[in-house]
Ligand binder design. Structure first.
Ligand code: ADP
Ligand code: ZN
Length: 724
């Protein structure tokens, strides 16, 4: 018996398979799709079995050393899907397979067995046990154990010492039964199932099951989209099929997962990167063995080995989190579309602020559009006020405007909850010297450092570089350092000072590093143990707290000023999502947006809750400037530690592209990338605009191959980047 093994070897051109002998002791265990360890040259490396055969023409073959993980194997669908992933993200096949395989199974962790068991004691034969109890009076403990078993009690091994258990095992009176124990068990918190509104019922009925159509549910915040997904999934399960439900962020899974547990009980598995290795293994196992029907998870959950998929849902489909920013740079949507076709299952995209590309596809009837334009239970959309901070500065209100202050006090009196949103963590943004003009910058990145007061240091938010905050300027040694800009930490200090009676909690990357901290904060909010919740975009999406009636956006300009053609779209969706946190139940919500650009078009669309006009306005710009959805984009980054090498290779890449691409492809650059220097690596960028991926595919492959062997320069090819 022989196996073709795709090997994991650094150089991409080796992305091919080699034949190995299957040794006798592995013959019954080895399956296609398994991860194995094989000798390669003088090394020992990982690989995937892509075929098993009885004959081969090659001789001088080596043997497979071992199976990395005997429990799991990629099934045929996933082996095929890997090839697709390779195509759309320009990665190697082995990278694709590794992405789909549960990460706890890396070759290094091979020694630990991730399975947990409960071990129970069972009777071999009742009559024999009865006889034993009658005749054997000298061992009361053993008798007690047998008697309990005879009365059909459930007994775990750990209840008795081995001195009691061993002799009974030896005499074949009892045996051990192992039952797999999973780390995560659904804690059913009974949330009752509401009767769907007419709009929701209509939405559900529009979706044709057993057909690979894509639907876009454009539903305003609080319009009951999640209930629609759950009803559809219920129907799918009833027909014997399974479902994948993607959410953009781990912080969102808590609330949604609870709703899913309460509706679907132990049919649910969860899958995201914040699970421990053991939990991940367990959840993967449940899915692999077909013990669950619904998987709720983040981006990577799109690869789960669920069989017989009947529906795929991507909630908050506009989220950039669905795109992986490092190799393989895939978008979960592309994979979802492929699996929807594989299984003949509908794909549902849901959002209050769809990606412009998605909405455009719905206008062209590539996607079927379903609209939910009313909030559940007549809750109205919140009233939005825009406050001009230039005016407030004159009144010395640097952080919280008069309007916002008044509202906060009012809500505190009424015991309602308040959310304050600021998309920048840390204390202050820039520390400079008033005397000599020195600014703290990261020595590895072209980025100013952010001051964190709690730890009294300055941090680079890109590479993590940290220096202690000193009193004197490192350059001129004067005590004249001063700081600008506002982060969540400083906002927290300001809020605590201004509203000493309020209970305040901060939710951002710095307060949620510990496992379980998201859940803790969310529970505190739900139990109304806090009055003011402040944080970064982490608090912007999907969370549903009925007591939140006021949302304050401290500084809307941060996102408006991002140099990206999507900044308008991002700002709208971010602010609309944040606003959507207010007034989700009976009490109407209010939103105050603070800005220095109070007549900005995008902000006014936000104020009117007007997605359609934002769409029209942005589409016009996109058409004029040849941006998506009118053109596709690919970004090629040419990176190196050596500035000169990067620069000259960027020109070589440009020249190659000019020669090889047809003149329908627009080539821009090379320019320095938006983040020019990160971690001591210089980055140049070339952008391609085109109507058809086939125009550029072969050239990209060639470039990729050439540069994967280059010693000093690397290429990062990002197809359909979310940011340029
Ligand atoms: P969305 O996902 O569109 O933001 P949700 O599905 O979370 O909306 O619904 C918003 C709130 O309304 C939730 O608290 C949900 O439990 C409730 N809800 C949804 N549908 C109904 C319904 N048909 N009847 C009563 N309450 C509902
Ligand atoms: Zn840095």
């Amino acid at each position: 018996m022989y196996a073709e093994v795709l090997v994991e070897y650094g150089v991409k051109s080796l992305d091919r398979s080699f034949t190995y002998i299957v040794p006798n002791y592995l013959k019954t265990k080895l399956k296609t799709g398994m991860k194995v360890v094989v000798p390669f040259g003088h090394q020992v490396i990982n690989g995937f079995v892509i075929n098993i055969k009885n004959e081969t023409e090659t001789d001088n073959l080596k043997e497979i050393i071992s199976i990395t993980n005997e429990e799991f194997a990629l099934n045929d669908e996933l082996l095929e899907l890997g090839k697709y992933l390779k195509e759309v993200s320009m990665c190697s096949l082995i990278t694709a397979y590794n992405t789909m395989f549960p990460s706890s199974m890396k070759v290094k962790s091979i020694k630990s067995n991730y399975n947990l068991y409960d071990i129970y004691l069972e009777l071999v034969n009742k009559d024999i046990a009865l006889k034993y109890v009658k005749n054997n009076k000298r061992a009361p403990k053993r008798n007690e154990l047998l008697t309990r078993l005879l009365q059909s009690e459930t007994i775990m091994q750990k209840e008795y010492s081995s001195a009691v258990v061993k002799p009974l095992l030896a005499e074949n009176l009892i045996y051990l039964r192992k039952e797999t124990k999973y780390r995560i068990n659904q804690n059913v918190s009974n949330i009752s199932k509401p009767k769907l509104t007419l709009d929701q019922e209509n939405a559900v009925s529009l979706v044709e099951l057993n057909k690979a159509n894509t639907y876009l549910i454009h539903g305003i915040t609080g319009s009951g989209k999640t209930e629609v997904y759950m009803s559809l999934i219920e129907k799918v399960i009833a027909s014997g099929k399974t479902a994948i439900m993607l959410v953009p962020e781990i912080s969102l899974t808590t609330q949604i997962v609870n709703r899913f547990y309460s509706r679907f009980g132990s049919d649910v598995a969860i899958f995201h990167s914040a699970l421990s290795a053991g939990e991940r293994h367990d959840e993967y196992k449940k899915i692999f063995l077909g013990e669950v029907k619904v998987v709720v998870g983040t981006r990577s959950a799109i690869f789960v080995p669920l069989r017989n998929i009947g529906i795929i849902v991507i909630d908050e489909e506009h989220s950039t989190n669905y795109k992986q920013e490092n190799n393989p740079r895939y978008h979960a949507l592309d994979i979802a579309k492929k699996r929807s076709l594989n299984h003949n299952a509908p794909l549902i995209l849901g959002s209050a602020t769809p990606l412009l590309e998605s909405y455009a596809r719905s206008q062209k009837e590539v996607y079927k559009l379903i609209t939910l334009d009313k909030r559940i239970g007549d809750a109205s959309l919140p009233k939005i006020t825009i406050v001009d901070m230039a005016e407030e500065y004159k009144k010395r209100n640097m952080i919280i405007s008069e309007d916002l202050d008044k509202k906060i006090k009012e809500k505190l009196l009424k015991k309602e909850q308040i959310m304050l949103f600021l998309n920048r963590r840390g204390f202050t943004r820039i520390v400079t010297c008033k005397n000599c003009g020195y600014t703290y910058k990261c020595p590895h990145c072209e980025i100013t450092l952010t001051y964190h007061k709690t730890s009294n240091n300055l941090k680079c938010h890109y590479c993590g570089y940290t220096v202690l905050n000193e009193e004197e300027c490192p350059s001129c040694k004067e005590n004249s350092l001063t700081s600008y800009g506002l982060g969540t930490e400083k906002l927290e200090e300001e809020v605590r000072e201004k509203y000493p009676q309020a209970k305040v909690i901060r939710m951002d990357a710095d307060t949620t590093t510990k496992k379980g901290s998201h859940e803790k904060i969310i529970t505190m909010i739900e139990n109304e143990e806090v009055d003011i919740i402040l944080g970064t975009q982490m608090i912007s999406k999907g969370l549903d707290f009925p007591k939140v009636t006021l949302v304050g956006v401290i500084n809307a300009d941060d996102s408006l000023n991002i140099p990206d053609f999507r900044s308008g779209e991002y700002t709208f969706s971010l602010l609309h999502q944040v606003s959507g946190r207010a007034g989700r139940s009976k009490i109407p919500g209010e939103v105050i947006i603070q800005t220095f650009n109070s007549d900005d078009k995008t902000l006014n669309f936000v104020k009117q809750n007007d997605y359609l006009n934002l769409y029209n306005y942005e589409m016009n710009i996109r058409r004029l400037l040849k941006y998506p959805p009118y053109f596709y984009l690919t970004s090629i980054k040419i990176t190196s530690k050596d500035y000169k090498e990067a620069s000259s290779e960027a020109t070589n890449v440009l020249n190659y592209l000019k020669r090889s691409l047809n003149n329908e492809v627009i080539i821009l650059g090379p320019t320095t990338a938006a983040m020019f220097k990160i971690n001591n690596i210089y980055r140049f960028q070339i952008i391609l605009k085109y109507k058809n991926f086939n125009f550029i595919k072969d050239s990209l492959r060639n470039l990729d191959e050439v540069y994967s062997a280059h010693k000093k320069v690397s290429l990062e090819i990002d197809i359909n980047p979310t940011r340029i």
